[in-house]
Design a protein around this ligand. Structure first.
Ligand code: UD1
Ligand code: UDP
Length: 384
């Protein structure tokens, strides 16, 4: 029996670890799963835990309003250290690129516990973009023993950093496992406003923003672009679930309050969000996860970033890196609203990120690692 500690703390890492936790829990004969929530996020984490019916064994309740990166890191190290000292698991699993991810792998290393990193190998090779996630990923990689790379591109990035090929597996991204669990035909939204927006039968543009490197002027510019679009296209509805960070809320509300066809709403629970996403016309976002989910539905995405660590869907043509320039965001969106053939060219469903079997592969790899089994791992290969 091997004890696996799964550490998570924010909305995206929890969404992407949920299928692995559920899959590990099916293997009661071989694995004891300890779930540790740093709760770097609070409400946005609890929404995900409710949807996937996960009750953490430990909840470190780290979040304080407007936490600085340094304080967040310090508090997480201290509290996680105590739990790992007590539990001393056979492996720690972390996901992605948050402070929880990096600190989880660091504290595991201090306790000489092997680390499994889910969504390993994403890179922009630009220290400042995304900030601080690019560095969190790189720091996590040097502390990791098993690298679960979502795509072949990610695997190649790890090989370039001299990480041994035997420790890297292309699993696909569990973001697609989570979608498969949550997307339902005839889904009933829990937030009545979403039903109302859909019943208006206008085309919908979904917007999300939160990245630290976009705070201030860039975010203001992007919001201005959305405002201009909303004014120019009253026949479109703009739905914007606003991240709970007060820095983000302030600029979004200051710019977009009181526009008839802009709906600024609280973060949606994951099921509402992805089922609603599937009904939208266009997505404008700086999110990592949303960039991976949109292509699954064939919805064009404009990404509010200078660079992306997810080049696959850009290559397939469903994602365009539009940057943070107000005019460029406005013009590119306008073209997709007015030009049918430009829109059609982007709107094809592709699945470069996963096939829904990533959690199963990950658990199989763990079984091989611990000599519980010795099965051949069929790595993820995307089909267009
Ligand atoms: C974090 C991650 C980022 C990820 C994002 C997903 C780091 C450094 N950043 O950024 O990689 O893309 O989560 O959303 O790990 N807040 C609440 N309630 C919540 C969540 C946040 O009030 O449920 C507010 C708090 O004031 C908190 C602030 O948002 O202090 C910032 O949260 P934090 O986790 O530090 O950073 P994010 O910007 O959310
Ligand atoms: N998401 C959600 N509710 C929302 C907005 C997003 O559940 O109101 C989900 C979305 O489906 C995706 C994840 O949150 O899986 C992305 O999180 P976020 O954009 O906060 O972080 P990132 O992926 O950029 O790290």
């Amino acid at each position: 029996m091997k004890k696996i500690a799964v550490i998570f703390g924010t909305r995206p890492d929890t969404i992407k670890l949920a299928s692995i936790i559920l899959e590990l829990k099916k293997e009661k004969k071989f694995f004891k799963v300890i779930t540790i929530a740093t709760a770097q996020h609070r409400q946005m984490l609890d929404q995900v835990l409710n949807i996937f019916k996960i009750t953490p064994d430990y909840d470190l309740n780290i979040m304080v309003p407007q936490q600085s990166l340094a304080t967040l890191t310090k508090n997480t190290i201290g509290k996680l250290g105590e739990v790992l000292l007590k539990e001393h698991p056979d492996m720690v699993i972390v996901q992605g690129d948050t402070t929880t991810t990096f600190v989880g792998s660091l504290v595991a290393f201090y306790h000489q516990i092997p680390v499994g990193h889910v969504e390993a190998g994403l890179r922009t090779n630009d220290k400042a973009n995304p900030f601080p996630e690019e560095i969190n990923r790189r720091l996590t990689s040097v502390l990791t023993d098993l690298h679960f790379a979502p795509t072949d591109t990610a695997k190649k990035a790890l090989l370039k950093e001299n990480i041994s090929a035997e420790s890297i597996f292309v699993t696909g991204n569990t973001v697609i496992d989570a979608l498969n669990i949550s997307i339902k035909k005839n889904y009933k939204f829990t937030v009545p406003m979403l039903n109302e927006v859909i019943s208006q039968r206008k085309k919908i543009i979904l917007v999300t923003m939160h990245r630290r490197e976009n705070w201030g002027k860039p975010m203001k510019g992007a919001c201005n672009a959305v405002k201009r679009l909303a004014i120019q296209y009253p026949d479109f509805n703009f739905v914007f679930p606003v991240h709970l960070n007060p820095v983000v809320k302030e600029v979004v509300h200051n710019t977009l309050d009181n526009l008839k066809n802009v709906f600024l709403i609280a973060p949606l629970d994951y099921s509402d969000f992805v089922n609603f996403m599937s009904k939208t016309y266009l997505i404008i976002t700086d999110s990592g996860g949303v960039q991976e989910e949109g292509p699954h539905f064939g919805i064009p995405i404009l990404v509010l970033r200078k660079v992306t660590e997810r080049p696959e869907a850009v290559k397939y043509g469903t994602v365009k890196l539009v940057g943070l320039d107000e005019d460029k965001i406005f013009r590119t969106s306008k073209r997709l609203i007015e030009n049918k053939s430009a829109y059609k060219k982007m709107a094809s469903a592709v699945n470069p990120y996963g096939d829904g079997l990533s959690a199963k592969r990950t658990v199989q790899i763990l079984k091989n690692y611990f000599n519980i089994s010795n099965s051949l791992i069929k790595e993820f290969i995307p089909h267009k």
